[in-house]
Design a protein around this ligand. Sequence first.
Ligand code: SF4
Length: 428
Amino acid sequence: MNKSDSERIAGILSHFGYVETENEKEADLLIVNTCSIRQLSADKAYSLLGVWGKRKKTKANLKIAICGCVAQQDKDKIRQRAPYVDLIFGTHNIYELPNLIKRIENNEKICAITTTPVVCNQNDFYISRKKSVNAWIPIIEGCNNFCTYCVVPYTRGRERSRNPEEIIREAENIVKEGYKEITLLGQNVDSYGKDLRDKNITLANLLRNLNKIQGDFRIRFVTSYPSDITDDLLNAVSECEKVCKYFHIPMQSGNSRILKEMNRRYTKEQYYEIVSKIRNKFDDVTITSDFIAGFPGETEEEFIDTLNAIEELQLDYSNTAAYSPREFTKAGKMVDKFISEEIKYERLNRLNEKNREICLKSNEKFVGRILNVLVEGKTEKDGKILLNSRAGNNKIVHFESNKYNIGDFADIYINKAQTWCLYGEPKE
Ligand code: SF4
């Protein structure tokens, strides 16, 4: 979502004659778009502001801005720690930028943070997408779930779905521009349409409509909330040939008591049922997940349920993190139940080890098989140029070829599996 916001910000700035520079030291305007999902990312943003603040002492006309979730949440702290920042703008204020930029150019210092979005017609703005094969389209922003560890409902607000016609128009333009993959984004993407009056507006129907766009491209969607995955959504994924057979469904914990403490609206058993339903419906589907180690009050036995879940469900890949207390959240106040850093990181190491083991197993299943991949880039390894590609089920595949280029689809015979990727050669 932040990448997509950055593309929108870059698009708006281009209206004012700003051009992106590869060399940060040349910049007249520096913007850090922040994430506050974990303390580490917030700390990185503050450290960057420190570096930029020093630069401003030798470059008086340099303007500094901070936006995103840290800005939304910490405006007073930023003003105190980095008073030289010219512009602080929140996640709801991106479309106010035309006016905000004019004002900072006139040497005003501004803090634009609202708790409700500043409404705009998103079609009025050009989006400066990075030249690549993938394009992101946010379809719903915000979240109504209030998981007790998560700051998103406080920084991104409640769920707001975009109108489907606007999304389809954006997708048609993306395909015309030559992008080969569209990823529909939402903190809780399956909730798409629930806040709109027309009950036919659902993620399933949006996928069906996007699938009708002519062209050689594929569609993904992230992130799914386990209990919001409907049979109709699974049917749509199955019917639509352009939609990738890939689901990212954060489980967060393999223990039902911890899930309840997290205010997740499903039990371990219900999550298992969803995974089994998806695996029964699709061949070669990839299911990835997210897990938190050391949630407040988590016992060793409850943590072992998480390790077992990764193994029993054979989750193809999991993002893992040690629990990080976030301001405003319910879990952040459970101070008396906090797990020591030592135990949290020891559990995280075991989680990562299990993840690596299951990922390798998942990749090994594809050796000797053919996967249809999209070439995304190139790297040099041992003096050879390797093409980096991704299969519809999200497996990363590297191969050598003079025949294919970035943006091409190719059938690749897989001959080697490693933990995080596969190697292969073009099918003759
Ligand atoms: S569903 Fe996701 S975004 Fe929403 S509160 Fe829970 S973790 Fe945060």
